[in-house]
Design a protein around this ligand. Structure first.
Ligand code: F6P
Length: 357
């Protein structure tokens, strides 16, 4: 029944056969997939697994850790630290980079991950996910934090798993974006969606509108225009969706188009956005660009933005290319004052946020 179908390992061997790394990257991605399978098994057990609820700890983000956050973090470390492919890891759940224990060989890759994205959804049985990004470490010494602070453009692989009605793994190694579905009976990821393409136009947007009063004007302008639908400047009706799991919202966009926004806002002056650059925005940005979409922080491509700390946050606007470009244009028009031509020339090109992320 499965004859002729492409498994993840076969696909990776084919995609990476020209890479001169002794199969290390393919091996690493297969190890990540092994962790994903154990996280899928835990999430699928739901309340029966005893994994629901919180533990008495907050993570480096100041967020209360769920049991499954910690177990998923352990699953990834356990699956990936021993194989000789990695030089180190950064996890959302751990303040400092994770070093490879001395008993294992150190390899040439760095792995950044969010073990369980959207974890507020765990206890309510709504889709959650795992996000990961792979970089090269071209030194013989163990990595320091600075070694992880590379631009997203330098990622050699990235992906996410979505634990939904089906578990899927979506991967890019810079040759398109491809999705695999976990066949639980045979325990393999099977290629089911080759070369995903995000339609350039869309009539669907995703944003947490409860933050509206904290948004910058370009985002308010865009969302107001969408909401005005046929009666406004867009001349057509828009639909809105918000799952509060980035992977689930992004997955929908990969499948049928749309635009996802977690923009810069003033809700908490200490945070320039909600999502983390190294293990959320960069990998998802890579996946989206490889599927023909765009990923921006409003004033430039996410993948061109160097990180200044392991857990740095950034504004995220991504998905259907023409919509993302429109939102970028609204930012530019706001920063130059072109969106308010009758304003005083003194304030025209002044914006509180102009040159920042
Ligand atoms: O921490 C990341 C995350 O859980 C994303 O997966 C999701 O898009 C977002 O936060 C949800 O934020 P909010 O709680 O503001 O809806």
């Amino acid at each position: 029944m499965y004859l002729g179908r492409t498994t993840l390992s076969k696909f990776l061997i084919e995609q990476l056969h020209e890479l001169d790394d002794n199969g290390q990257l393919a091996g690493l991605l297969v190890d990540v997939a092994a962790a994903v399978k154990s996280i899928a098994a835990m999430t699928a057990k739901g309340a029966l697994g005893g994994f629901h609820g919180v533990i008495d700890n907050t993570n480096v983000q100041g967020e209360i850790q769920k049991k499954l956050d910690v177990l998923s973090n352990d699953a990834l470390i356990d699956a990936c630290e021993w194989g000789g492919m990695l030089a180190g890891m950064v996890s959302e759940e751990m303040e400092e980079p994770i070093q490879i224990p001395a008993e294992f060989k150190r390899g040439r890759y760095l792995l950044n991950f969010d073990p369980l994205d959207g974890s507020s959804n765990i206890d309510v049985n709504v889709s959650v996910g795992t996000i990961f990004s792979v970089l090269v470490h071209d030194k013989d010494t163990p990595p320091t934090v600075e070694d992880f602070l590379q631009e997203g453009r330098r990622q050699v692989a990235a992906g996410y798993a979505i634990y939904g009605p089906a578990t899927m793994l979506v991967i890019t190694v810079g040759k398109g974006t491809h999705a695999f579905t976990l066949d639980r009976e045979i325990g393999n990821f099977i290629l089911t969606h080759e070369n995903l393409r995000i339609p350039p136009d869309t009539s669907e947007f995703a944003i947490n509108t409860s933050n509206e009063r904290f948004w910058e004007p370009p985002i308010s302008r865009y969302v107001e225009e969408c909401k005005a639908g046929k009666t406004g400047v867009r001349g057509r009706d828009f639909n809105m969706r918000w799952i509060a799991s980035m992977v689930a919202d992004v997955h929908r966009i990969l499948m049928r188009g749309g635009v996802f926004m977690y923009p810069r806002d003033t809700k908490d002056p200490a945070k320039v956005g909600r999502l983390r650059l190294l293990y959320e925005a960069n990998p998802i940005g890579f996946i989206v660009e490889q599927a023909g979409g765009a990923a921006s922080y409003g004033r430039g491509a996410i993948l061109d933005h160097a990180a200044d700390s392991a857990h740095q946050r950034i504004a995220v606007i991504l998905g259907s290319k023409n919509e993302v470009e429109r939102i970028e244009r609204y930012h530019a028009e706001h920063d130059s004052g072109a969106d308010r031509p009758y304003a005083s020339p003194l304030f025209k090109d002044r914006s509180l946020y102009r040159s920042e992320v």
